[in-house]
Design a protein around this ligand. Structure first.
Ligand SMILES: N[C@@H](CCC(=O)N[C@@H](CS)C(=O)NCC(=O)O)C(=O)O
Length: 230
């Protein structure tokens, strides 16, 4: 088995996806944290896009290969370990990959929800987000996870977005993000109970999230941010 070294920034939702996959599959690995605002030279040299996550894989012959992009890293980790977190059927597998890509868009909506400057902007984002969550709701068949009883790579890809949307909704419950979407809500509840998800981010991530969302953005706070207490 190769040696895995994950280069991480502790608040990064994309890194978090890989950590959930590593933990779900019980893969031994090292983690090196970097500060994205002060990138070390070795990281700049290593990371083709200057982003985390990066997975440095040291093969049995000592050769090192650098992987980047959370979705690619997750698929690789899944392929080199026992069992698969994707279905065997090519069409079903492709459907999962499509919904993993959907997870990228959902994450970007989660950022937009927390940064909306006024009620009108927030309303537009919530409409777009609501449409996405309705589609997700229709796509989850039996639940609790995307494919049913087992956690898949779709779930690991959706985890950071669902977590952040849930937190935003706790700060501003009137957004009712999961209302009328029992399967999407159930998916997040089931994920939140997984040890892999609970251990996937720093213990104070929620506090850091509140701080980031509630910050002054140059003379104003976002609609959700203004509701952050303490
Ligand atoms: N598509 C990438 C996105 C990774 C990404 O945007 N990471 C952020 C941190 S959360 C980053 O490294 N940003 C630094 C930059 O954009 O310069 C993935 O899925 O891995």
């Amino acid at each position: 088995m190769p040696h895995f070294r994950l280069i991480s920034f502790d608040l990064c939702p994309y890194v978090q996806r890989c950590v959930v996959t590593l933990r779900e599959k019980g893969i031994d690995h090292d983690v090196d944290y970097i500060d994205l605002s002060d990138r070390p030279d070795w990281f700049v040299a290593l990371s083709p896009l200057g982003k985390v996550p990066v997975l440095e894989v040291t093969r049995d012959d000592g050769a090192k290969v650098v992987l980047f992009e959370s979705v690619v890293i997750n698929e690789y980790l899944d392929e080199v370990t026992e069992g698969s977190m994707l279905p065997a059927d090519p069409l079903e597998r492709a459907r999962c990959r499509a919904w993993i890509e959907f997870g990228n868009a959902l994450l970007s909506d989660a950022f937009s929800v927390t940064s909306a400057e006024d009620e009108a902007a927030l309303g537009k984002i919530l409409e777009k987000l609501g449409d996405k969550l309705d589609r997700l709701e229709r796509e989850i068949r039996t639940g609790p996870f995307f494919l049913g009883a087992e956690v898949s790579l779709v779930d690991t890809a959706l985890t950071p977005a669902l977590q952040r949307l849930n937190w935003a909704n706790e700060i501003h419950p009137a957004m009712a993000i999961f209302e009328g979407r029992p399967k999407a809500a159930g998916l997040w509840r089931a994920l939140a109970e997984r040890e892999s998800v609970q251990g996937s981010a720093p213990h104070d991530l929620r506090q850091q999230f509140d701080k980031m969302v509630g910050r002054d953005r140059g003379g104003y706070r976002s609609v959700v941010g203004a509701r952050v207490t303490a």
